[in-house]
Design a protein around this ligand. Structure first.
Ligand code: COA
Length: 280
């Protein structure tokens, strides 16, 4: 993408009106499920952050977060991140998140949280691998039967709640582009793995819930959108992943990375107190 990129805070009503349009284009949600102008107005006035990414002066994407308390700790909760389709894949999403980190640090906070759909592998890759967020909380059917937020008819709106410890060495290393050792999926046990059935459907196998190794892999679909006409397959992957996450989170594991390849895997690691204390 050629063009000059600028990321800056948004605070004018005319700019917030454009955010409603961006949501409409990116998510195609009905009006009732769009975050409205008045929400952006009051939150940006009361400690929230709305950052816009401009390409040659055109608003191409934004990220929105607001002050929150998570388990007794003050943080920012990031609720919307969107880049218009024609600008996707050029690094704007990443730049918006790093800019959000910079601004939240200025507020004296060291944590940003957000949720995402665990079946969205590209987002998992962005959140866990590229940004270095991690997750140990599974929110089953969090938004209930909201049709716009479901992956298909009758599929619960499950979410993973991410923690992004923005002063940690882990996150600073990701910011500097220091890649951690690439993880070889062949080396670690798989607690969820797909197989192709007699009709050629790619289905999840039975979850393995007795593993004790430090690192475990849980497979997920590479591109959930390719299964839109088969909601029962999406639902089956979702419910099996839910079982795996719920079980291993309870045992002290967290989702700490994502392998995005021909096959995609969540990386679960038994985390130590040091992992949680990682801070500069
Ligand atoms: C998610 C979204 C904001 C990302 O913005 P973007 O500008 O397209 O993303 P970037 O080009 O900055 O890429 C950031 C990371 O996303 C992931 N990513 C992007 N495209 C990907 C692809 N085709 N395959 C796998 N991972 C991909 C990678 O982790 C990438 O980091 P890397 O370049 O270091 O590998 C954008 O795609 C979007 O608006 N999607 C729809 C709305 C949405 O899902 N929002 C919620 C996000 S949690």
């Amino acid at each position: 993408m050629a063009g000059k990129v600028l990321i800056r805070k948004l605070s004018r009503r005319s700019e917030f009106e454009k955010l409603v349009e961006i949501q409409r284009v990116v998510w195609k949600h009905p009006d009732l499920d769009l975050t409205p102008v008045h929400q952006f107005c009051i939150s940006s006035f009361m400690g929230g952050l709305v950052l816009g990414a401009f390409v040659d002066g055109e608003l191409a994407g934004f990220v929105y977060s607001f002050p929150a308390i998570f388990q007794g700790r003050f943080c920012h909760h990031s609720h919307l991140l969107a880049v218009l389709p024609q600008y996707q894949g050029y690094g704007l999403g990443k730049r918006l998140k790093w800019a959000q980190r910079r601004e939240v640090l200025k507020l004296g906070l060291d944590l940003i949280t957000w949720t995402y759909d665990p079946m969205q592998s590209r987002n998992a890759n962005l959140n866990l691998h590229t940004l270095g967020a991690f997750c140990r909380h599974y929110l089953a059917d969090f938004y209930g039967e909201t049709p716009a937020l479901r992956l298909g008819p009758g599929i619960p709106t499950d979410r993973l709640l991410l923690e992004w410890p923005i002063t940690s060495v882990r996150v600073e290393n990701r910011l500097r582009g220091r890649k951690h050792d690439p993880l070889n999926p062949e080396e670690w046990p798989r607690v969820l793995q797909g197989f192709t059935d007699a009709e050629g459907n790619y289905l999840p196998g039975k979850p393995e819930l007795r593993a004790r190794e430090k690192i475990l892999l849980a497979e997920t679909l590479r591109d959930v959108r390719a299964f839109q006409s088969r909601p029962e397959i999406i639902a089956s992957w979702q419910s099996n992943l839910r079982r795996v996450f719920a079980h291993y989170f309870k045992k002290g594991y967290a989702a700490v990375d994502f392998v995005f390849g021909e096959k995609c895997y969540y990386v679960l690691e038994k985390i130590s107190r040091n992992f949680l204390k990682d801070r500069r």
